[in-house]
Design a protein around this ligand. Structure first.
Ligand code: PLP
Length: 358
C-alpha cells in the first residue's frame, strides 16, 4: 500500500525495520533506547551524532544552534514570539495559506502582528519584493511550504540588508531540496513529514537571535537555555529523537538534499502532468511557479466524484489521499520517503479513473 498521508506520514521502510530490530536491544545496551536515560553516555553520543548528521544534511552554518524540542511546529510558532520579540513589538507575517494563518494566530497574544502579504485567494506564494515589513520588527515570518494548499516558496528570499531576520516554517519541506539556511534567522519544522515521527521538532536558530531578551516566560520556554543544555532541559522525547536520527541517516545515504530535489521534482511533475493533461477533469488551483513538490492537492468536477475517488483509492490500498477538511478535494503528499513507484501507481489510478468517469 502506498501512503500519501500529509503528516504523520510515511517513513522509509528500512528505518522502521531497523527500529524494529533494535526495539528490545539498542546499541548492545540490553534495553530499548526509549528505556534508557537521556543523560547516559550512549544516548548523549547518539544525540551528538544526530545533530552532526543533520548539520551535514542541511548544510547548517556553524553560527546556528540546532534544538530538538518536544511538541510540534505550533508550539514553536508561539515560542518564537516569546523568545525573539519584545512585548508587543511588531512582527511581520507573510500569509500564504492555512499554516501561515496558524503561525500568526499563535504569535498574536505576544506581538503586534502585521501582515506582510496575503494573496486572495490562496493560489501563490507572494513575491518577496512585494512583502511589506518594518525595520523595527522583531522578524519576518513565512511558510516555505503550505501543506494544505500545496503552495511553496522554494527559494529562500534575500531581503534587503536592513530587514529584520527572516524566519521560515519548513515543516513540510525541510530536507526536500537544498535550502539557503544562511539567509534565515531561524528555520523550524515538526518532524512528522520528512524528518521522522511526530512528537519532536527541530529549530535551527542563528546565535544572535538566541541573545535576544524576549518576553517574561518560564525557563522551560527559553530557547537560549535549551541550547545551553543541548535540548535536555527536561526529559526529551528520546525515542522520537532516535527515529529522527535514523531518518536523517537514511536521507544522507540516499544522496542528500540534491538527490531528493531531483526525485521530488520528478514525482511532482508526474502528478501535475496528469492533472494538467486531464482537460479540466482534475484541477489544481495553484499558479505553476508556486506549486509544491511535497503536497499536490487537486479537485475532481464534483464533491461526489472526490469522495468516489477517495473510496476507490482506499479499496486499492492507497492511504491518506483525502484532502484536508479546510479545502476538501484530494491531496497527495509525496515526501522524501515516497518513491517514484508509488507516485506512478497513483498517476495510473488517476488516468484510469478519468477514463471511467470523465
Ligand atoms: N506548519 C506546517 C507547514 C504544517 O504542515 C503543520 C502541520 O501539518 C504545522 C505547522 C503544525 O505542526 P504541528 O502539528 O507539529 O504543530
Amino acid at each position: 500500500p502506498w501512503n500519501f498521508s500529509a503528516g504523520p506520514s510515511m517513513l522509509p521502510p528500512s528505518v522502521l525495520r531497523q527500529a524494529q530490530r533494535e526495539l528490545l536491544d539498542w546499541n548492545g545496551q540490553g534495553a530499548s533506547v526509549m528505556e534508557l536515560s537521556h543523560r547516559g553516555a550512549p544516548f548523549m553520543e547518539l544525540a551528538r551524532g544526530i545533530e552532526s548528521d543533520l548539520r551535514t544534511l542541511l548544510a547548517i552554518p556553524d553560527n546556528y544552534r540546532v534544538l530538538f524540542t518536544a511538541g510540534g511546529a505550533t508550539t514553536i510558532q508561539a515560542l518564537l514570539a516569546l523568545n525573539f520579540a519584545a512585548p508587543n513589538q511588531r512582527a511581520d507575517y507573510v500569509v500564504s495559506g492555512h499554516w501561515s494563518q496558524t503561525a500568526l494566530k499563535q504569535a498574536r497574544p505576544y506581538v503586534n502582528v502585521q501582515i506582510a502579504a496575503q494573496p486572495a485567494p490562496f493560489d501563490r506564494s507572494p513575491d518577496p519584493a512585494e512583502w511589506t515589513w518594518s525595520r523595527d520588527s522583531a522578524f519576518v515570518h513565512y511558510t516555505a511550504n503550505e501543506t494544505i494548499h500545496g503552495i511553496a516558496q522554494r527559494e529562500v528570499p534575500i531581503l534587503p540588508a536592513d530587514a529584520p531576520p527572516l524566519i521560515a516554517d519548513a515543516s513540510s519541506s525541510i530536507a526536500s531540496e537544498p535550502m539557503a539556511i544562511e539567509r534565515l534567522g531561524a528555520i523550524y519544522a515538526g518532524a512528522q513529514k520528512n524528518l521522522g515521527p511526530v512528537g519532536i521538532s527541530v529549530l535551527i536558530v542563528r546565535n544572535d537571535l538566541l541573545e535576544r531578551e524576549g518576553q517574561p516566560r518560564a525557563d522551560i520556554f527559553r530557547y537560549a537555555l535549551q541550547a545551553e543544555r543541548d535540548s535536555m532541559l527536561n526529559t526529551p522525547p528520546t525515542f522520537n529523537w532516535y527515529l529522527l536520527g535514523l531518518t536523517v541517516r537514511w536521507m544522507l545515504e540516499q544522496g542528500g538534499t540534491r538527490a531528493f530535489r531531483e526525485r521530488n521534482e520528478r514525482k511532482a511533475h508526474t502528478l501535475y502532468e496528469v492533472i494538467d493533461g486531464s482537460d479540466g477533469f482534475y484541477r489544481n488551483n495553484v499558479q505553476p511557479d508556486s506549486r509544491s513538490i511535497m503536497n499536490v492537492p487537486f479537485f475532481l468536477p464534483s464533491a461526489d466524484l472526490d469522495a468516489l475517488f477517495v473510496q476507490e483509492s482506499q479499496r486499492l490500498g492507497f492511504i491518506g489521499l483525502k484532502g484536508h477538511k479546510a479545502i476538501g478535494g484530494i491531496r497527495a503528499s509525496i515526501y522524501n520517503a515516497m518513491p517514484q513507484e508509488g507516485v506512478d501507481a497513483l498517476a495510473e489510478l488517476m488516468t484510469d479513473f478519468k477514463r471511467r468517469h470523465g
